[in-house]
Design a protein around this ligand. Structure first.
Ligand SMILES: [Zn+2]
Length: 486
């Protein structure tokens, strides 16, 4: 681990958290956190959407117990630990650390995981934690097992130095990768204890590099479902039928062209577009400068393939504020080895659209249905069944104190300025929290940086970033408490 110290001359103007030594956080991570996080990576605690038998299998409960035991080993003043279990739902770990004053902070993480995925590199596997240099490989370390450790350790660091912080609730759910469908019930259940936080910290997001604090200013939404086109009751000899019976694939392709320009990938429906706020356009330009070629070079392109454009500013805006479509599954097409010369009766595509942060996913799905089902070619049967929708999120404007806190913590722990950027993914509950706590400020950050590949093969936690982020959370909590007192 290389050690970026902030120059001494500027320390005086910075927060008390500067008394915390980077080396101290590193040793907490190496000696106390990573051994437990390694055990956590080995647990196949897949989210309910990927394991219908999750309750009987007990892996989520094992993960909760492991983390709960570690929390009990932490010597924090007033720490209360509870595993909350609402009937028929995934369990939720709720931690409370009392602080000074009536102000409250909510910190969030999750410990359910994505499924295995194929393509793991030599010697790597989803449930086999493997440390290589700065990286701890395996499923769930970065998404999002590290969050509870980072959150509680940040509070411990403040308490060790007698630095004031607000009362903090740490909420660790086990349903996030399934769309957080259990979370609203828990937020209701815990409402009196959550209170009205003035700050929400979520450690389940991404970063553009491992050299700065990255704050997520927006998230895209998600809409999707199945488009099914039927032309026949059963398949027939294509020599007999082609030219007479229309191909269901061609009809489906034609319908898709109503929503997407197949040459550029641009979505054609104005209802699925958003006006990008000028502030976000300007922030994307700065992020583009920091990212440079890395904005696209980090993807595992096949030989000869490249990004949709080399204009990095446009790429950042595409990825954060524009809708894009992917066909994520198909039915009605046999595997290649089983394919005969037949005119197939039907083609079905599962569509997944990332939506701009401010587009309503329900309205998007209704519009998709109207457009895809209207007057299909040759009178074919075309049906679109919406299967999911998740709202995106656009952060409220940064309060001046938080702008200072982000700048200060990034410079203190990373030695560089922070970057504000939207993320292309979706954190389903963020829209809900944004609505429920309209007065709160939000710090959405994370360790999912270049190559870390959450949801794919070779997921890893970049340990030095987790260490520095822990310092950042401490610094931000310190600044937050100082703001509340002034
Ligand atoms: Zn996550």
């Amino acid at each position: 681990m290389n050690d970026t110290r902030f120059p001494d001359s500027t320390k005086a103007s910075r927060g008390e958290a500067n008394r915390i030594e980077l080396g101290h956080i590193e040793s907490i991570w190496e000696e106390e956190i990573l051994p437990v996080l390694t055990d956590y990576v080995a647990i196949p605690c897949k989210s309910p959407a990927f394991d219908a038998e999750w309750a009987g299998r007990g892996e989520i409960d094992r993960a909760v117990s492991l983390v709960e035991d570690w929390c009990h080993s932490q010597d924090l003043k007033g720490l209360a630990i509870e595993v909350v279990r609402l009937p028929g739902r995934t369990p939720l770990l709720w931690l409370e650390v009392p602080g000074s004053g009536p102000d409250r902070v909510l910190l969030y993480g999750h410990l359910d995981k994505q499924p295995e995925m194929t393509g793991w590199g030599d010697g790597l596997a989803p449930w086999t934690p493997t440390r290589r240099g700065d990286r701890l490989y395996g499923r769930g370390g970065a998404d999002d097992g590290y969050a509870v450790f980072a959150s509680l350790t940040a509070l411990r660091l403040l308490q060790e130095q007698s630095i004031p912080h607000a009362s903090c609730g740490i909420l660790i759910e086990a349903c996030e990768e399934s769309g957080s469908y259990d979370l609203p019930a828990y937020i209701n259940h815990l409402a009196p204890r959550i209170g009205a936080p003035s700050l929400v910290i979520c450690l389940d997001s991404g970063c553009g590099n491992y050299e700065q604090l990255w704050c997520t200013t927006s998230l895209r939404g998600l809409a999707g479902g199945v488009l099914r086109v039927e032309v026949l009751r059963e398949g027939v000899h294509s020599g007999d039928a082609s030219g007479v019976v229309p191909s269901s694939f061609r009809v489906a392709r034609n319908l898709l062209s109503r929503i997407e320009d197949e040459a550029s990938g641009a979505i054609r429906l104005p209802e699925l577009q958003a006006q990008i706020p000028p502030e976000r356009v300007a922030q994307a330009a700065i992020a583009a400068q920091v990212l440079g070629e890395g904005a696209h070079a980090r993807f595992p392109f096949a030989p000869g393939a490249g990004p949709v454009t080399h204009d990095v500013h446009e790429l950042v805006l595409n990825r954060t504020w524009r809708p894009y479509l992917e066909v994520i599954g198909a039915e009605g097409l046999p595997a290649l080895r089983d394919a005969g010369n037949v005119l197939r009766p039907a083609t079905a595509f599962k569509l997944s659209l990332r939506l701009p942060p401010t587009v309503d996913p329900g309205a998007a799905n209704r519009r998709l249905r109207e457009v895809l089902e209207a007057d299909p070619p040759h009178g074919a049967s075309a049906r679109y069944e919406a299967e999911w929708g998740a709202a995106g999120w656009n952060a409220p404007s940064l309060a001046p104190w938080l702008e200072v806190a982000l700048d200060e913590s990034s410079r203190t722990w990373f030695g560089r300025e922070p970057v504000l950027m939207g993320e292309g993914g979706t954190i389903p509950f963020m829209a809900m929290l944004g609505e429920r706590f309209p007065a709160a400020q939000f710090v959405i950050t994370g360790v999912l940086g270049p190559e870390s590949n959450a949801h794919g093969p070779n997921e890893f936690l970049h340990v030095p970033t987790a260490v520095r982020l822990t310092g950042c959370v401490a610094s931000i909590l310190e600044r937050h408490a100082a703001r509340a007192q002034s």
